[in-house]
Design a protein around this ligand. Structure first.
Ligand code: URA
Ligand code: SF4
Length: 190
């Protein structure tokens, strides 16, 4: 039986794809094992690779700010990525790397059973919701058969890193974030 701890240790020693070659640390993810909300980013960056913890660099600081916007701390939610090892020079993760890493994420979702999966950025969104465009899909919940047999509720958001390069995304991300509490209470009531 695989538990979150087993997944964590498998990730730490994983060499299934080429991303294992350049990493300092694999980054399995962290947070509340009973979280209602899972946040899924793209892949570790430099700081995450150094520390082995997701979203601890500049984008992570902004994610903390976004969480605070709805009264949440990192320890209330579960945070992870579609690939658990840093792509060199922060390039996009490639399809085969995402595919090799997918069983870990799938198992994390099965174990945590979140009420809501928030995807951060295009790569995370498209892994669960193929063919959607982030500019159209962000900030809108989608019920979709994803992991497991039941339909799951997804909420795509822009990646918090876009706010670092383009200030107008800051408000957009905050606006989308503020929709989450109501969405969660609607999910809980059905
Ligand atoms: N960007 C991501 O997508 N994930 C991280 O963990 C950090 C930055
Ligand atoms: Fe394994 Fe995923 Fe790291 Fe590739 S990215 S080595 S599949 S943990």
């Amino acid at each position: 039986m695989s538990t979150l701890k087993n997944i964590h240790s498998s990730v730490l020693s994983c060499k299934k794809c080429r991303l294992s070659e350049g990493r300092i640390n694999a980054v399995p993810g962290e947070g509340n094992p009973n979280a209602d909300i899972m946040f899924i980013g793209e892949g570790p960056g430099k700081s995450e690779d150094e520390k082995g913890v997701p979203f601890v660099g500049a984008a992570g600081k902004f994610l903390d700010e976004l969480l605070a916007e709805i009264g949440l701390k990192r320890s209330d939610v579960f945070i992870t990525n579609v690939v658990k090892c840093r792509p060199p020079e922060n390039r996009d993760p490639q399809d085969d790397e995402i595919a090799m890493c997918w069983p870990y994420l799938e198992e994390q979702v099965r174990q945590i059973k979140p009420k809501l999966i928030v995807t951060l950025g295009r790569h995370a969104m498209n892994r669960f919701l193929p063919n959607l465009k982030i500019s159209e899909a962000h900030g809108q919940a989608k019920r979709f058969k994803g992991v497991g047999t039941d339909k799951q509720v997804y909420f795509p958001m822009y990646h918090p890193a876009v706010a670092l390069y383009n200030g107008s995304y800051r408000e957009l991300l905050k606006e989308d974030m503020r929709k989450i509490p109501k969405l969660l209470s609607m999910i809980e009531s059905v």
